[in-house]
Design a protein around this ligand. Sequence first.
Ligand code: FES
Length: 101
Amino acid sequence: MMKSVQSRDGANVYALADHSGIHLPASCKQGACSACVCKVVDGHVKHTSDPACLTPKLKAEGYVAVCIANVSGDVTLQTHVGAKVRQARAEEADRMRHQHG
Ligand code: FES
């Protein structure tokens, strides 16, 4: 399902979605739990601080913790990808364990 909302640059993505009737999952609201994570399909958003729940690889792949990210121009996001991120992190941690253990 596609939903469009009007915004202005600098608006918090999570709050903007919420005010527009798009209720994304969230828990910590601090970039730590990955509940709110979305994937940028087009455009970009700006994290206001470094999200602890995302590895550099996940960030490079376009994942954003929208609770601590601001709108920056037109952007298209895929929502509800938190579970995917948690799985990718678990796999990455597993690989590390095998490399170092
Ligand atoms: S709500 Fe926890 S990372 Fe956004």
